[in-house]
Design a protein around this ligand. Structure first.
Ligand code: CAA
Length: 380
């Protein structure tokens, strides 16, 4: 076993750290306040290679491993979880999904633009009545020979209005249940595709989240991903990797809040000494650090499993479950260490606490992760 990062991993981590500090940090409070999407910053991240990290180089991707990706996700998320969710969706759901399951034409036409930041992607599975129960898709895709007609509504879609290409999951044959579901690439300007209102959110307020409506949207057959009926498997396989990205995001939120709390505790004085010298604070920091290290090991193990070609459904679900709980626990404690200052925006920890919550909800709630984990450990 070797817990050491390679030179290349360290370079990627440091590049993400520098970008986050220099480019994301300056406007992060304002973007959160105004629910502002950082369009220019996303473009820059594309130019620097953060949007298609694991995708094949022949389609403009970085050809990097999952370890590199989670290292970058952690660093970006320490500062700005709104930016990192866009990075996560574009990398591990959209680019990875197309790179792994798309055909040559789809990769040339769509993937090569998504890896460079020229275009942005969204992943559309959730519906008003199909969140955790993802097989209950109400959006329909009726087969009309050389095209499909899509009708329905998708909810809580990250990059909802900013994306250019949308991977949409829909039911073609209801009789066949999940085996009758397909996945499609929908372009923003396809007729009948409509972006619904923006959600007003508790956290990750700089990311744009919308509902989407499909009113008789004509989608060419060549935009279906994989064989007829592959859509649900496509969503599940893609989400398994996506969960590693969100676990890394949660880890980053926790680590960011911990670093702020530690620094603050070394400066702030009370009862004649820096507050880190009080056991009440020092023990909090000890607990935070231990939880974060445990989360980091789970995240790294899941990423390593994926890179080794091992099954990562279980390790990814465990990483997400634990890292997202860590993000909640640590950010709440980081606010507490900051006292009154923790409750105001300029100290950043209140935002990280609000941002942490979503990591227990999207890409499979903590309860869904427990379903995946328990089914996996009980099957043998
Ligand atoms: N890989 C491959 N296939 C899988 C799979 C996986 N990881 N998980 C399930 N499947 C397959 C099963 O093998 C089964 O196929 P067969 O019948 O051919 O064997 C099929 O999928 C149905 O599986 P289940 O019977 O287990 O289905 P279920 O109804 O019990 O649900 C579930 C399984 C795991 C709970 C699933 O519904 C689920 O993951 N729900 C959560 C959905 C989710 O994560 N949503 C997030 C939205 S995306 C998002 O948040 C993005 C964003 O913008 C940030």
């Amino acid at each position: 076993m070797d817990f050491k990062l390679t030179e290349e991993h360290i370079m990627i981590r440091d590049a993400a750290r520098d970008f986050a500090k220099q480019e994301l940090l300056p406007g992060v409070i304002e973007r959160d306040e105004k629910q502002e999407f950082p369009k220019e910053l996303i473009k820059k991240m594309g130019e620097l290679g953060f949007l298609g990290m694991m995708a094949s180089p022949e389609y403009g991707g970085g050809g990097m491993d999952t370890i590199s990706y989670v290292l970058a996700m952690e660093e970006l998320s320490k500062i700005d979880a709104s930016a990192s969710v866009m990075v996560s969706v574009n990398n591990s759901l959209v680019c990875w999904g197309l790179d792994t399951f798309g055909n040559e034409e789809q990769k040339k036409k769509y993937l090569s633009k998504l890896t460079t930041g020229e275009k942005l992607g969204a992943f559309c599975l959730s519906e008003p009545e199909a969140g955790s129960d993802a097989t209950s898709q109400r959006t329909t895709a009726i087969d009309k020979g050389d095209h499909y007609i899509l009708n329905g509504t998708k909810n809580w879609i990250t990059n909802g209005s900013s994306a250019d290409y949308y991977l949409v999951i829909a039911q073609t044959d209801k009789e066949k249940k999940h085996k009758g579901i397909n996945a499609f690439i929908v372009e923003k300007d396809f007729e009948g595709f409509e972006i619904g209102p923006k959600e007003q959110k508790l956290g990750i307020r700089g990311s744009d989240t919308h509902s989407l409506n499909f009113n008789d949207v004509k989608v060419p057959k060549e935009n279906r991903i994989g064989e007829d009926g592959f859509g649900f498997k496509f969503a599940m396989k893609t989400l398994s990797g996506g969960r590693i990205g969100i676990a890394a995001q949660a880890l980053g939120i926790a680590a960011g809040a911990y670093e702020l709390a530690k620094d603050y505790s070394k400066q702030r004085k009370a009862f004649g000494t820096e507050i880190c010298n009080h056991q009440a604070i020092a023990f909090k920091l000890a607990d935070m650090h231990t939880q974060i290290e445990a989360a980091r090991h789970l995240v790294m193990k899941a990423a390593w499993d994926k890179d080794q070609g091992e099954n990562y459904d279980l390790s990814g679900a465990m990483a997400k479950l634990h890292a997202s709980k860590t993000a909640m626990d640590v950010t709440v404690e980081a606010v507490q260490v900051h006292g009154g200052n923790g409750y105001v925006k300029e100290y950043h920890v209140e935002r990280l606490m609000r941002d942490a919550k979503i990591t227990q909800i999207y890409e499979g709630t903590s309860e869904i992760q427990k379903i995946v984990i328990s089914r996996s450990i009980l099957k043998d």
